[in-house]
Write a protein that binds this ligand. Structure first.
Ligand code: G3P
Length: 221
């Protein structure tokens, strides 16, 4: 499973990139606004430190303008994935950009039927929003299962399922069980993945017991 980090905070991206566990980044207009940074220079900076796909979302909603914006974003770096909304115009742009060889991440997906359309439009990634469905007491993970099952029936569908709107480690684990290709994860949820109280306790016990030996590995002959 690939891990993308879902943020536009450059410091968080830099810190997590240094773990060697990050395979890409996703941003969206809300995350860009939250960063307080100028959009295109920030995407350029992120693309310079992250080898994998970096999603940068168009701002327009009409075909002509989204296409122009998408082409401009794609020129920032080879690893830019242009993000477009799952609308009729968004999928037309997806088809046009994909045919030009540009990676496209189709976002704001909330149904399996939408995901089929995105695959037919040649999307590199589909972003179903698990957390926002859960927020409405719907079953976000069921959507992931449905999309993976449908895509597996059609070898011609090369779109990767990029699980988005992740709220907790369980979303990641359950999506991985279903065979989703990518999880895009908020920094604070990535940090939660490491945590288990028994790991902390077990390590503390090992350290204490080692200190009782009075030995040092580095000083040993
Ligand atoms: O960036 C796309 C998606 O991950 C946003 O999720 O619901 O936390 O805004 P959300």
């Amino acid at each position: 499973m690939k891990f993308f980090v879902d943020t536009a905070d450059f410091d968080d991206i830099k810190e997590l990139q240094e773990t060697g566990l990050i395979d890409g980044v996703t941003t969206n207009p809300s995350l860009i606004a939250k960063s307080g940074r100028e959009f295109l220079p920030l995407i350029k900076e992120i693309c310079a430190i992250v080898d994998g796909p970096v999603s940068a979302e168009v701002a327009a909603t009409d075909y002509e303008t989204m296409l122009k914006e998408g082409r401009k974003l794609a020129k920032i770096a080879d690893n830019v994935a242009v993000k477009v909304p799952l609308t009729p115009d968004g999928l037309k742009v997806c088809k046009a950009l994909s045919d030009e060889g540009t990676m496209v991440n189709v976002t704001l997906c909330f149904s399996a039927s939408q995901a089929i359309l995105a695959a037919k439009a040649g999307a590199a990634f589909i972003s179903p929003f698990v957390g926002r469905l859960d927020d409405l007491s719907q079953d976000g993970l069921q959507l992931i299962e449905d999309i993976v099952e449908i895509y597996d029936n059609y070898p011609e569908f090369t779109t990767e399922v990029l699980v988005a709107s992740i709220r907790n480690p369980n979303h990641i684990v359950e999506s991985a069980k279903m065979g989703a290709h990518v999880a895009t994860i908020p920094p604070q949820v990535i940090r939660q993945l490491y945590k288990h109280p028994l790991t902390d306790k077990g390590l503390a016990d090992f350290v204490a017991d080692w200190q009782k030996t009075g030995q040092s590995i580095l000083d040993a002959a």
